[in-house]
Design a protein around this ligand. Sequence first.
Ligand code: GDP
Ligand code: MN
Length: 396
Amino acid sequence: MKIHEYQGKEIFRRYGIPVPEGKVAQSAKEAHDVADTLSGKMVVKAQIHAGGRGKGTLKDAPTVHGVKLVDSADAAFAHAKALLGHALCTHQTGPEGQVVRRVLVEAATEIAKEYYVGMTLDREHSRVAFIASTEGGMEIEKVAAETPDKILRLGVDPAGGFTAFHGRKLAYGLGLAGDTAKQAAKIMASLYQVFVETDASLVEINPLVVTKKGDVIALDAKVNFDDNALFRHPELAALRDVDEEDPRERAAKDAELSYVALDGNIGCLVNGAGLAMSTMDIIKYVGGEPANFLDVGGGATADQVTTAFTIILKDPKVRAILVNIFGGIAKCDVVATGVVQAAKNVGLKVPLVVRLEGTNVELGKKILAESKLAITPASDMLDAANKAVAAAGGAK
Ligand code: GDP
Ligand code: MN
């Protein structure tokens, strides 16, 4: 799960990681009120779940950027007004952009140099890994591709935890010295604590800056949590902002379905993640493109299948649907009932190919046949994929 920058900074504050003074605002008036509490220059920052806001601009006003330095409360008001309610396009949002519903107003920092610090799980070595670079403010993927020698990686053994050694290695590795290095090392230690204690999957500060006075401060904050651990952190789960999520993925999550939208035109409804993966593979194998990954789970109910169908059909790209069910815990008759119920409720307008196998398969096929819906039965996966691709307009 992703959260906003201002929420990430709140967490940083609790762990003693220095961040600029400031507050989130939901209206231009609120932005003005926050700005009134600050002195000197300020920065107004669009809060969306995407990076690249500094370079990004509004979809309908290509001169208005997502991050702006201002020197008065009136200017903060004006920029907040320009951003709020408008779609901001960055390299991470796609051409439609993402609507700005909140802005962060904070005291501006006098930057001497920008750095990058990130943390992720290094699955290969089974440890939390730091990634640091002197090339702050740039996309780390770009730095990794063009100047890989400027990237410092450091894994932390979970048994030993973070030690003073790790802090020094990172700070000196970034070329810092003296008190600045001490501050950076302390921030690294706190970041490790944030990562472990919140069950994060990603913590990133880009840029971490050294100010003209030599202080170290986090100017940006990106924190993602491991969804599977959120049940342990109700206070973090409460930070979820559904406005930022793909509406189809949100509906799927609420119905406890795993759904990922893709670019193709064949909607897939499958039980079991492995079968869903192989269904996508076989569609590609016969020249088609899946429109989504959708696993209704092992114990799917008729209602979940109905929801799954509704979600697939909300995608205007879908030209055919392939239902591939191996009845184990989920019985074929239950799934068939769900398919019929959904097809009737949502008014099925695209061809439907169904492959059923396993527990109660005969009963399932009977339910489909008696429904009088235009369903194309398939004998096996390859047959199903061929029929779905043909129904969607043929192989590319
Ligand atoms: P992102 O583009 O979405 O990653 O947003 P950031 O929070 O990283 O801001 C983008 C850029 O704006 C940073 O890399 C900085 O160069 C600049 N910036 C942000 N805050 C300040 C500030 O307080 N002072 C100055 N001078 N620049 C800032
Ligand atoms: Mn950034």
